[in-house]
Design a binder for this molecule. Structure first.
Ligand SMILES: NC(=O)C1=CN([C@@H]2O[C@H](COP(=O)(O)OP(=O)(O)OC[C@H]3O[C@@H](n4cnc5c(N)ncnc54)[C@H](OP(=O)(O)O)[C@@H]3O)[C@@H](O)[C@H]2O)C=CC1
Ligand SMILES: O=C(O)C1=N[C@H](C(=O)O)C[C@H](O)C1
Length: 266
């Protein structure tokens, strides 16, 4: 039975991860929030709604990491990098679901994961990871004749845009078409912005209410259109995916893994 600690334990994802870890038969050994958080000291299980776990939410990163086999972290890139560093020092595994990493931050994560096994993935659901695989094939098959546009919808509390999943979808399509995502992503059209270029990948963001997460990649040709969509109805497949990643990553060789590795989709 692996010992799982959760960072961001009182957050939307953190609470569901605590429930999923308990349901999967893991020991929840620790729960972390930032220093000064109003729920520090409270029982993490009661906050998550799955009954008392006898684990108080803590703000002591080192103690929580020390006590676990693997830390599951859904917070922000800056917090995740700090957690990765703490796990590397104590030789513990880590699963990171935070999104909004810059290319430089991702490179730093890969560097920090040289000594420990780590999973970093913008989306832990099986469905989205299957979509990544399908998108590669569709983009390769259609080639340059179809315009690619990506639209994502999320709740009004989301802090980063576009979503990490939408960015990964753009990267997968760009790579399949032999393009550099960072050069062809177009995040903004306004005013007399000119005709669409053939190579650009449009990235559109919608925010509102309680939308869990929806992604559509449009391949738009002359007289026809393919849409590949994923709609998340609850957060539970993200949380179950993160626990599956935690169970998979403990004992693996050091390095930075993705959910495609966890699910055997490479
Ligand atoms: N990979 C995936 O499958 C998924 C990824 N995500 C990503 O996960 C991240 C979190 O999302 P969500 O749960 O909705 O966000 P929330 O804001 O609900 O949760 C984040 C939690 O982390 C806490 N936190 C902030 N700083 C620290 C710190 N230094 N130490 C410990 N805890 C801290 C926050 O506290 P406070 O509120 O006080 O700041 C909050 O409780 C986002 O980046 C989101 O995009 C979300 C769903 C699925
Ligand atoms: O913040 C969220 O809620 C989500 N974030 C992830 C992302 O940015 O891709 C995944 C999911 O869509 C929910």
């Amino acid at each position: 039975m692996i010992k799982v600690a959760v960072c961001g334990a009182a957050g939307r994802m953190g609470q569901r991860i605590i429930v999923a870890a308990k349901e999967a038969g893991c020991t929840v050994s620790g729960a972390l929030e930032r220093p000064g958080h109003e729920l520090v000291g409270q029982d993490a299980g009661l906050i998550a709604g799955c009954g008392s776990l006898g684990v108080a939410i803590s703000d002591d990163l080192n103690a929580v990491v020390e006590g676990c086999d693997v830390l599951i972290d859904f917070t922000t890139p800056k917090v995740s990098l700090k957690n990765l560093e703490a796990c590397a020092l104590k030789k513990k595994a880590i699963v990171i679901g935070s999104t909004g990493f810059t290319p430089e931050e991702r490179a730093l994560a890969a560097e920090l994961a040289k000594d420990i096994p780590a999973v970093l993935a913008p989306n832990m659901s099986v469905g989205v990871n299957v979509c990544f695989k399908i998108l590669k094939d569709v983009a390769k098959t259609l080639g340059d004749d179809f315009d690619v546009e990506i639209v994502e919808l999320h709740h009004n509390k989301k802090k980063d845009a576009p979503s990490g999943t939408a960015v990964r979808m753009g990267e997968v399509v760009a790579e399949a078409l032999g393009r550099d995502y960072n050069k062809v992503a177009n995040y903004h059209r306004e005013g007399i912005c000119g005709e669409r270029t053939k190579e650009e990948i449009g990235m559109q963001t919608v925010r509102g209410g309680d939308i869990v997460g929806e992604h559509t990649v449009y391949f738009i040709g002359m007289g026809e259109r393919i849409e590949i969509s994923h709609r998340a109805m609850t957060r539970d497949m993200f949380s179950r995916g993160s626990v599956r990643a935690a169970q998979w990553v403990v004992g693996k060789a050091p390095g930075l893994y993705d959910m495609q590795d966890v699910l055997g989709l490479r």
